[in-house]
Design a protein around this ligand. Structure first.
Ligand SMILES: Nc1ncnc2c1ncn2[C@@H]1O[C@H](COP(=O)(O)OP(=O)(O)O)[C@@H](O)[C@H]1O
Ligand SMILES: [Mg+2]
Length: 254
């Protein structure tokens, strides 16, 4: 079952040259897909389109076969419950004045989710490996890695079908990066993950399939093991040459 489908998606910022030049991308239910490319290749722009935050200049973005219409409020509300995002910066993305309990519960409030929010928050904190007493504390009382766990708890609290992660590991030190990667591996299967990274080694450890983006175009795509073992495109070979060994040597998918 396909959750997210981009068809010949093109995008330009006002009066600029095309940032995405006709992208086809699918993410199936429970699947983990890596989107790899250098800085400026269009990864974040693609995620913004997948989130309905921007409209393609041409082409379509569908979720569960329904074209996204950012102006359709009812559709967007249901959609936001299904698709959540984690960003790179574990410091900037959490409101410093709110307790973790309120931060993690935010999607439940804004989406009007019924039920016991306290229990859902506790379950999300448990799922990301934080102690229950984290709920009463403030973001500044946590390390960068713990903050990223809080951001992930917020992203999964309403039970999304698809989690978008935009360079979610790149602000973290190597040890923390591996821990958060392990957490994402635990979540994989419970939800689909579109994992945006310029770190092909982290993608190898998490993703079933990988899509390589160069200057707004997909230059290579396929099962992660195949693409890494036999990169067909010079750009992919160049990216592979810069993989940190520690991450690269971790086992790919079970
Ligand atoms: N708000 C914006 N206005 C104009 N150009 C932008 C904007 N955001 C990104 N860009 C440009 O679009 C291209 C792709 O950016 P981005 O999607 O952020 O790439 P990535 O996430 O892969 O680093 C870059 O050339 C960038 O300068
Ligand atoms: Mg980006």
């Amino acid at each position: 079952m396909t959750l997210l489908a981009l068809r010949d998606v093109r995008f330009s910022y006002a009066a600029g040259r095309p940032v995405l030049g006709g992208v086809d991308l699918e993410v199936g239910a429970g699947e983990a897909v890596g989107l790899v490319g250098e800085s400026g290749s269009g990864k974040t722009t693609l995620l913004r389109l997948a989130l309905g935050l921007a409209k393609p200049t041409a082409g379509t973005v569908r979720f569960r076969d329904v074209p996204l219409d950012p102006r359709d409020r009812r559709q967007m509300r249901a959609f936001r419950r299904s698709v959540q995002v984690v960003f790179q910066d574990p410091y900037g993305s959490l409101d410093p004045r709110q307790r973790v309990r309120a931060i993690v519960a935010e999607p439940l409030r804004s989406l009007g989710v019924e039920g016991d929010h306290g229990a859902l928050v506790a379950e999300a904190l448990r799922a990301v490996g934080l102690e229950p007493d984290a709920a009463a504390r403030f973001p500044h009382q946590f390390s960068g890695g713990q903050r990223q766990r809080i951001a992930i708890a917020r992203a999964i609290v309403a039970g999304p079908e698809l989690l978008l992660a935009d360079e979610a590991l790149s602000a973290l030190d190597l040890t923390t990066r591996i821990r958060i990667l392990d957490l994402l591996r635990e979540l994989r299967g419970r939800m689909a993950i579109l994992f945006v990274s310029h770190d092909i080694g982290a993608v190898a450890a998490l993703c079933d399939r990988v899509v390589i983006l160069e200057q707004g175009r997909i230059v290579e795509a396929g099962p992660t093991g195949d693409v890494l073992a036999r990169p067909a495109h010079p750009y992919t070979r160049r990216l592979l040459a810069s993989v940190p060994r520690l991450v690269a040597e971790r086992t790919p998918n079970p």
